[in-house]
Design a protein around this ligand. Sequence first.
Ligand code: 5AD
Ligand code: SF4
Length: 477
Amino acid sequence: MHKLENDLELKKNAAVPEEELRAGREAASRLRERLCGRGLSYFIETYGCQMNEHDSEKLAGMLQSCGLAKAETKIGADVILFNTCCVREHAEKRLMGNVGALKKLKDEKPGLLVCVCGCMAQQKDVADKLYRRFPFVDLIFGTHELHLFPQLLEQAMEGRRLARVRELDGEIAEGLPVSRNNGVSQFVTIMYGCDNFCSYCIVPYVRGRERSREPERILAEIRALAKDGVKEITLLGQNVNSYQGDGGVDFPELLRRTGKIEGIARIRFMTSHPKDLSPRLIEAMASLPKVCPHIHLPVQSGSDRVLCLMNRRYTRADYLALAAALRAAVPGIEITTDFIVGFPGETEEDFLDSLRLAREAGFSAAYTFKYSKRSGTRAAGMEEQIPEQVKKDRLKRLNDAVAEGLRAGNEKYVGRTGEVLVEGCDRRNAAMAFGKLPSFKMVYFPGGESLIGRTVRVNITKTSVNSLIGELADQKG
Ligand code: 5AD
Ligand code: SF4
């Protein structure tokens, strides 16, 4: 696998050939005709990050174009699709358990189609294992074959059992149908893959080389979303800062062009790698009013020694300098982050560096993970793997520190008034509306469905564990 690291010149930004996309649309239309009137439905279970969530919206769009409707539960569905994640072992184990549990359902309902796709399925050895271990799984396909789903589904419905994993080819599939989960805030993928090869991370192996969508395609998609009433978009990529669109459009320029689209009130993006966070991007964040004052900037560790072993290519001081520059340029900016504890060779001293950083850097949220050994990555071959109990203990200490910081960070909002873009009403209590402040803080307040899609002023009155509670302020001001 390491060969890939020295082989980053695969063709960039190439598109899936039109014939392939056309074949997908044709397969969908054949299925739609064949399934017409049968009332079939699908259920998708998604694991992992926002990229996967958005892929699931595309998979749902394709299923709907094939004539299937969304089912509320697995039990009622005729097609069950698992969109998997392989970033950590935990998600893999959960997937294996949940797929295994379907055997009974399949025995009771032989017509049920069980499909597995996504990052786990993209690894040939894992796909083989799934194929052998679960004979009742009908279809397995990788991340590079998402756009082939209608054809694959058609074959599976004809009774062929398939496991398809394509070599990395770096092609971008445009124009797939998308069934969006939220009418107010939407994801838009701007780039795929990652070239960073952090030593612990499997993503560059399964998602392939970095390739960027054409800026005009992205902007056209956002314009169409704005027309449909979408107010907030989140530009997605494993490392958006290295977006490189045709015609020399880099990420700050893409933000600038997005900022001109009428109807879009808020722009977010995720994820940023600290080594690629340029002064131009900070300047764009400071000068573009629609770009929200929030950045997800994974630090991973507070120890220079561990950062070097992780191949992150910045130091603790570099990171803190970036955070200071962001805070100076963008008043009120909230920084969220990711930490990994128990990386191979992490000493107690290294861990204390992370703990100190978590206390000092003023993160408004931190996602914390125990290091998970991913076969084929450089870190998997490192000596001094850390015992599970030590990882657990460090995770707990780090989580306690993060929670303390979060509480203090939330307290500072109490007594303030903020602008909330209302996304929905609480499922368990329809009289409570919720939405986010520009800084990404979630706010709940008494309010009804009529507010969805509006930006309202809310007085923050108290905090709860992960969110803020408030009440509608006088809207005239
Ligand atoms: N073990 C634990 N956490 C990982 N991440 C990525 N790979 C691993 C791994 N092998 C975490 C990183 C990354 C986030 C998406 O997942 O913190 O930022
Ligand atoms: Fe993985 Fe590093 Fe790429 Fe993020 S930047 S996806 S952690 S290799």
